[in-house]
Design a protein around this ligand. Structure first.
Ligand code: CXF
Ligand code: ZN
Length: 366
């Protein structure tokens, strides 16, 4: 079936709005008419080609829409259902069978490579293959092929233009605090970075009833927004950030979550934590060689923990409904940091994101 897609023909774009063909869904697959799709930083990292993306390609992994057709064996989702799309997982490996699909042994090939294991694509242009299946969806398009495991049915009255980014950025930030670091009432939290993931981490800390949430962010307007959303303190990230944290929390913070990947500040996190403090890393640094030096004796003495986090440890079929309930109750006001664009304006949306004019850009399709 014909569809319109934002096709990436070369590294870093621009994305070009083109007609493509999307195949019928095969067994276990679900074809979705995309109505909204968020832009995540990972789309832009992969668009650079540095991770080996084959061009042309269709990216996009925060899709939301209405089911158009289902393949053989799909019983729990039907045409007409409203759905959110999220990351894919195999469902069969050890992490998947322990309800940890974000650490699926096949996460990279199922989500990051943008072609299937057998090299086939469900998107073609003039009969030639287009890399698709990015995060099991490739949703910068009017139609996307997803899979049973990465599709979540939502209520008919769900506002997809708001909820689309739950499938990656929002669950990553909120889940990083609520699930990965298991924040408890009365604990203190430092959030490094106030992009969509960082602000979601802040909101996760407020949902968990943390007593102090300190947001570290160089952009003044984002610090102001963090304060409006409920941050108890904001810091601009200049100078000795650990000392600034300790001026607020003399014993250090119970949790530090990095959403920035900015290593000069991340490196200071080991000096920000209290005894038994937990550090969560989810911001991807610009270099694959980035290292976090840990002063071993100090860290032993502190009983510290540092861990990597993907997708906020989400089990999407459990966690996304919880996030939707938080949003309904006003505890996850994503609208406060989202900006809508039309799919055709994807390059403008990316430019705005680069220049700090959009925190979470969401592309809408009629
Ligand atoms: C990504 C971050 C890099 C590792 C895989 C998951 N998260 C979402 O975009
Ligand atoms: Zn993402």
């Amino acid at each position: 079936m014909q569809a319109t897609a934002a096709v990436l023909n070369q590294p870093n774009g621009p994305f070009s709005i083109e007609q493509v063909d999307v195949a019928e869904p095969l067994a276990g697959e679900i074809r979705v008419a995309i109505k909204a799709v968020g832009i995540c930083h990972t789309d832009l990292v992969i668009a650079s080609g540095a991770m080996g993306l084959q061009f042309p390609a269709v990216l996009g992994h925060e899709g939301a829409g209405i089911v158009d057709a289902v393949g053989e064996g799909v019983t729990d989702i039907k045409a007409g259902d409203k759905v959110l799309l999220t990351f894919n997982s195999c469902g069969a490996c050890k992490p998947c069978s322990h309800d940890e699909p974000a650490y699926c042994n096949h996460f990279v090939p199922l989500n990051m490579v943008a072609v299937r294991g057998d090299g086939s694509t469900r998107i073609t242009r003039d009969g030639q293959p287009v890399s698709d299946n990015f995060f099991g969806q490739s949703s910068f398009a009017t139609l996307a092929i997803a899979n049973q495991r990465n599709v979540l049915k939502v209520d008919d009255d769900a506002d997809l233009s708001v909820l689309a980014p739950l499938g990656c950025g929002i669950q990553t930030g909120a889940g990083g605090v609520l699930r990965s670091l298991a924040a408890k009432p009365g604990e203190s939290l430092v959030v490094l970075g106030a992009g969509a993931v960082g602000l979601s981490a802040l909101l996760g800390g407020l949902i968990a009833e943390c007593s102090a949430v300190i947001v570290v962010e160089p952009q003044e307007s984002r610090r102001a927004l963090a304060t409006e959303l409920g941050a108890t303190h904001v810091l601009d990230g200049q100078g000795d950030v650990a000392a600034a944290v300790r001026a607020i929390l003399p014993e250090g913070a119970d949790m530090v979550i990095d959403t920035s990947g900015f290593m000069p500040v991340v490196e200071q996190s080991v000096n920000m934590i209290a005894n038994r403090g937990r550090i969560g890393l989810l911001g991807v640094p610009g270099s694959l060689d980035a290292v976090l030096p840990v002063p071993v004796v100090q860290f032993i003495t502190q009983g510290g923990t540092v861990r990597g986090i993907i997708e906020g440890d989400s089990d999407p079929h459990v966690f996304l409904p919880e996030l939707i309930a938080h949003h309904k109750a006003g505890r996850l006001p994503i609208e406060r940091f989202s900006k809508s664009y039309r799919l055709e304006d994807i390059n403008q949306a990316i430019d705005d994101a680069h220049h700090g004019k959009a925190i979470k850009a969401i592309l809408l399709i009629d």
